[in-house]
Design a protein around this ligand. Structure first.
Ligand code: 4NP
Length: 155
């Protein structure tokens, strides 16, 4: 049985596609499934933002085949871990949870790096390319910790 991890942001074209690609690159595909979704519906079926694709590519990761989709309540059943990028994503996802068990699956991804600090991955969509590099760096550090924990926990 595969352990399933979902990355969630607002549009599913900038931050969560990066998080999906980065975490997937650190885990065995045999044991783990990594996916991403957006709380919004604007980019369903779209490729990630070209700036995210380029940032990932510079770091040796191909995210160009990903397709945007919207977060759904069934994701609470499908996924074991749900990582959100910022506090508004957290609120939007938690609103859809029906049980405490479902709520417990959700956390801000940077709490892995800065425990209990509730730091956001800033949305780089309206900013410069620097924002994408910054998001990449933060996500890579968080995903390194997540991957180590998951591999240890599910060995
Ligand atoms: P993301 O960034 O949540 O990191 O994918 C955004 C991308 C698009 C929009 C908002 C955020 N948008 O409003 O279209």
């Amino acid at each position: 049985m595969s352990i399933k991890i979902l990355m969630v942001c607002l549009g599913n074209i900038c931050r969560s596609p990066l998080a999906e690609g980065i975490l997937a690159s650190k885990l065995s595909k045999k044991k783990f499934t990594v996916d991403s979704a957006g709380t919004g519906s604007w980019h369903i079926g779209h490729k990630p933002d070209e700036r995210s694709i380029a940032t990932a590519k510079r770091n040796g990761i191909n995210i160009s085949n990903q397709k945007g989709r919207q977060f759904s309540t069934t994701d609470f059943d499908t996924f074991d871990y749900i990582y959100v990028m910022d506090k508004s994503n957290y609120e939007n996802v938690i609103e859809l949870a029906k049980t405490k068990e479902q709520e417990k699956k959700v956390d801000l991804i940077l709490n892995e790096l800065f425990p209990n600090e509730n730091v956001d991955v800033p949305d780089p969509y309206y900013g410069s390319v620097d924002g994408f590099d910054h998001a990449y760096k933060m996500l890579d550090e968080a995903c390194e910790i997540i991957a180590k924990k998951l591999i240890e926990k599910h060995r």
